[in-house]
Design a protein around this ligand. Structure first.
Ligand code: SAM
Ligand code: SF4
Ligand code: SF4
Length: 349
């Protein structure tokens, strides 16, 4: 094989990062703002009235987002997740969903939302082609819910959003994300399980993480998923479910009585960096290769300076080839000590 052909083949192959991981998922923060101030993510003390969010023209527009997705798909991306901040604060989001639905190679189009605005958008999102939706819900106690949203959210709105999503139906279903914090909402976990058991809506319990730099995280506030599973299993016997695919983030369990499944995301106690195939695009167009990264690659400038598709593809490929992130595994090796990193609402969960 001549040198030209060999180098052409190398540049058309799917890139693997430095730990041999392929690129499969792209999480896109479509909006850095949020209508909640969950203390574990955007505490009011930092994100108060005087905090400056991006201007509209600083956020990637729909053409730019769709273009990056079209160029990322041939590099291996088949799954997109829209997130934020709060994605439903982005005007006309269903239009973006419809455009991303048409990107060749995308087989799974998902969104994570706090659910407050979902009741009024569920059916247009489903019609636009959204495959799955995850609603964050930390407790069914209305007063505690209000507190955990930073004093901004009403439980009944989120429950109405979940019911609307269940009613319109999404091809790959509705899930609930619950962040569990020791001494905050861990005592309400069984109630949540009971509410969604048998409904087809899977609840996934997430270990509280040291995202961003402002949530005063301490390892003592984490409830290890294993302990949670033992507690839930004592009430409703559980059986482990084998992963659907290599690198699945959630560990799944089924109720022995056939009432469905729950899951855990144990990023602190059992880090899963080895199977991490996710890249993240911030609202302002920076590409991050880890939820805990400190630096991103500025794709917005590249696009706005007129770069062609080949140049952007090349940049995407290089970023992935150079990736060596394994923050959660390193955190475990550092015994929980934190490092400085990007804020979560810029790049989404
Ligand atoms: N606003 C939307 C929502 O809350 O669903 C989407 C963005 S939010 C950053 C995405 C997910 O990250 C949510 O499920 C949220 O609970 C989770 N999250 C935020 N801060 C977290 C933390 N410190 N530890 C674990 N999960 C967190
Ligand atoms: Fe907003 Fe979601 Fe962060 Fe809560 S977790 S502050 S809803 S972005
Ligand atoms: Fe992936 Fe970074 Fe999380 Fe590890 S810490 S699983 S590399 S996002």
């Amino acid at each position: 094989m001549n040198i030209m052909r060999a180098s052409h083949q190398a540049s058309t192959m799917l890139p693997l990062d430095r730990h041999g991981r392929p690129l499969h998922d792209l999480r896109i923060s479509v909006m850095d703002r949020c209508n909640f101030r969950c203390p574990y993510c955007m505490p009011e003390s930092t994100y108060g009235e005087h905090f400056t969010f991006l201007r509209n023209d600083e956020r990637l527009d729909f053409d730019e987002i769709a273009r990056l997705c079209r160029l990322a798909a041939p590099l291996g991306v088949s799954k997109l997740r829209l997130t934020g901040g709060e994605p439903l604060l982005r005007p006309h989001l269903a239009e973006l969903v419809a455009r991303l639905r048409r990107v060749e190679g995308i087989t799974d189009l998902a969104m994570t939302t706090n659910g407050v605005l979902l009741a009024r958008h569920a059916s247009e999102l489903r019609d636009a082609g959204l495959d799955r939706i995850t609603v964050s819900l930390d407790t069914l106690d209305p007063a505690l819910f209000h507190r955990m949203s930073g004093g901004r959210g009403a439980l009944e709105d989120v429950l109405a959003g979940i019911e609307a999503a269940q009613a319109v139906g999404f091809a790959h279903g509705v899930k609930i994300n619950t962040v569990v914090q020791r001494g905050v909402n861990e005592h309400t976990v069984l109630e949540l399980v009971e509410r969604f058991r048998g409904t087809g809506t899977v609840v996934r319990f997430i270990e509280y993480m040291d995202v961003g730099n402002h949530n005063a995280w301490s390892a003592d506030d984490v409830v290890p998923s294993q302990a949670l599973i033992e507690r839930i299993g004592a009430r409703w016997p559980l059986q482990p479910v084998p992963p659907k695919y290599a690198g699945e983030v959630a560990t799944r369990y089924r109720f022995a009585d056939g009432a469905g499944e729950i899951g855990t995301i144990a990023s602190i106690s059992q880090p899963f960096c080895g199977g991490c195939t996710r890249a993240r695009l911030s609202s302002e167009g920076k590409l991050y290769t880890c939820l805990f990264a400190a630096h991103g690659t500025d794709l917005r400038s590249l696009m706005r300076e007129g770069a062609g598709d080949d140049a952007i593809t090349q940049r995407l490929r290089e970023v992935w080839l150079h990736r060596s992130d394994r923050y959660s595994e390193e955190r475990a090796e550092r015994h929980g000590r934190r490092k400085r990193k990007i804020e979560m609402h810029y790049i989404g969960g």
